[in-house]
Ligand binder design. Structure first.
Ligand SMILES: *Cc1c(COP(=O)(O)O)cnc(C)c1O
Length: 381
C-alpha cells in the first residue's frame, strides 16, 4: 500500500467481526436455527461466563449500557430526591441515565492527568451537599473508568463507606481492565457495561449488562428488565423492556473468548505509541503502577488539538474527540446540572484531548504511519 492511500480509521468494529467471522457466523446460525430469540440459553450462558470472567457472582444482560446504569440505580433504590455524584468528562449517557432514574446528577471534576474522578473533589462535593439546603441528599457515586483506565477505586470506596453511599461503576469503556489485580466491575456494589460495537467487547448492535455480587440486587435488575415479571405475565413490580437478545448474547460469547487477546494487542499498540511519541510535544497518557488499563482509547493532549486533528484527517488518519464538550457545557445540560463549583480540568480536557486510531486489528505498519505523520506535524508547531 502506498502512503497516500493508507487510510486508517479511528475504530474499526468490522475488522473485529472479520477477525472472528467463522465463530460469529456459526454462533448466529445456531441461534437462528434454535428458534428462541429473546432471553434463552445464550443469554443465560453469556451471563454466567461474563460473571466468572470478572470475578463477580451475577451478571444480568440488558439492552444497552445506558439502560444498565438506569436499572442498576433503580435496583439500588436510587431515585427522586437523591444526589448521584459522577464526572462531567464522560459519555453523556452516564448523566442521562442518572436523570432517567429520577435522581439528580452532581458533577465533580477529574484528575488532570488520569481523566477520571478526583476523589478530593468528590469528598468536597459530598460534604457540601450534606450541609446544603438543596433538597437532594447524597446517595450514590458513579465513577467512570474512562478510556479503559480504572478510576481511583480505593479512595472512592473509602469515601462511600464513610458517607454511606452506593457505588455503581460505569465500565462501558473498561472490559477486562483491573486495578491491584481486581477487575473493574468487581469493586462497587454494582457495575454496568455497554456492548456498543466500538467498545472493547462489542456486540453487532446494542447490548449491556449489570453485574453485582449481591443476589437481591441482581434479582431486582432481572425484574426491572422485563416488566417486573416474577413469572410469565405476573408482574410483582413495575418494570421496563430492556433485554439482551439471543443473537447479541451468542456474538458476545465469542467476543468474550477473545477479549484478553484483543486487550493485549491494544496494550502493545499503546506501548508503541508511548515509546514512539515520547519525543513530541504531545502530553501522553499517564498510568499508575497498580493499574492494568485496557486502552479503550489512546488519548493525547495538546493546545493545538484541532490543527493536529485536521492535519491527520488530510492524511487519511481518523481521530475522534472524547469528548468535545464536558456534559455541563452541552446545550441540554448547561446551567441546569448541579456541580461542585467550576470544573476547570474537565473543560481543559475537552479543549485539548484527541483519540488516536486504536483497535486490535490496527497493524504495526499503520501504527508507525500514524506516528510518522504526527512527527511531521510536531516539527512544525
Ligand atoms: C458507551 C458508554 C455508555 C453508554 O452505553 P450505550 O450502550 O451506548 O447505551 C455509558 N457510559 C460510557 C462511559 C460509555 O462510554
Amino acid at each position: 500500500m502506498s502512503e497516500t492511500t493508507l487510510t486508517i480509521p479511528q475504530a474499526d468494529p468490522r475488522a473485529n467481526y472479520l477477525a472472528h467471522k467463522g465463530e460469529i457466523d456459526a454462533a448466529i446460525a445456531r441461534v437462528l436455527e434454535g428458534g428462541r430469540y429473546i432471553l434463552g440459553q445464550e443469554v443465560v450462558a453469556f451471563e454466567e461466563e461474563f460473571a466468572a470472567y470478572l470475578g463477580v457472582r451475577h451478571a444480568v444482560g440488558v439492552a444497552s449500557g445506558t439502560d444498565a446504569l438506569e436499572l442498576a440505580l433503580r435496583a439500588a433504590g436510587v431515585g427522586s430526591g437523591d444526589a448521584v455524584f459522577t464526572v462531567s468528562h464522560t459519555a453523556v449517557a452516564t448523566v442521562a441515565a442518572i436523570e432517567r432514574s429520577g435522581a439528580t446528577p452532581v458533577l465533580v471534576d477529574i484528575e488532570p492527568t488520569g481523566y477520571t474522578m478526583d476523589p478530593n473533589q468528590l469528598e468536597d462535593a459530598v460534604k457540601a451537599y450534606r450541609r446544603s439546603s438543596v433538597v437532594v441528599r447524597p446517595k450514590a457515586i458513579v465513577p467512570v473508568h474512562l478510556y479503559g483506565h480504572p478510576a481511583a477505586m480505593s479512595a472512592i470506596l473509602d469515601i462511600a463507606q464513610r458517607y454511606d453511599l452506593i457505588v455503581i461503576e460505569d465500565c462501558a469503556q473498561s472490559h477486562g481492565a483491573s486495578l491491584c489485580g481486581r477487575k473493574t466491575g468487581a469493586w462497587g456494589h454494582l457495575a454496568t457495561f455497554s456492548f456498543y460495537p466500538t467498545k472493547n467487547m462489542g456486540a453487532l448492535g446494542d447490548g449491556g449488562a449489570v453485574v453485582t455480587d449481591d443476589a437481591n440486587l441482581a434479582e431486582r435488575v432481572r425484574l426491572l428488565r422485563q416488566y417486573g415479571w416474577w413469572q410469565r405475565y405476573i408482574s410483582v413490580s413495575p418494570g421496563f423492556n430492556s433485554r439482551l437478545d439471543e443473537l447479541q448474547a451468542s456474538v458476545l460469547r465469542v467476543k468474550l473468548c477473545h477479549l484478553d487477546a484483543d486487550n493485549a494487542r491494544r496494550r502493545a499498540i499503546a506501548a508503541a505509541y508511548t515509546r514512539l511519541l515520547a519525543d513530541t510535544n504531545l502530553i501522553l497518557p499517564v498510568c499508575q503502577p497498580e493499574m492494568e488499563p485496557v486502552w479503550h482509547q489512546f488519548v493525547v493532549r495538546t493546545p493545538h488539538r484541532d490543527a493536529l486533528q485536521a492535519w491527520l484527517a488530510t492524511n487519511h488518519i481518523g481521530t475522534l474527540v472524547h469528548y468535545p464538550q464536558a456534559v455541563h457545557q452541552q446545550p441540554a445540560y448547561a446551567g441546569r446540572i448541579l456541580s461542585n463549583g467550576s470544573l476547570p480540568h474537565s473543560e481543559e480536557a475537552a479543549a485539548q484531548v484527541l483519540s488516536l486510531p486504536m483497535y486490535p486489528e490496527l497493524t504495526d505498519e499503520q501504527v508507525l504511519h500514524v506516528v510518522e505523520m504526527i512527527h511531521r506535524w510536531s516539527e512544525n508547531v
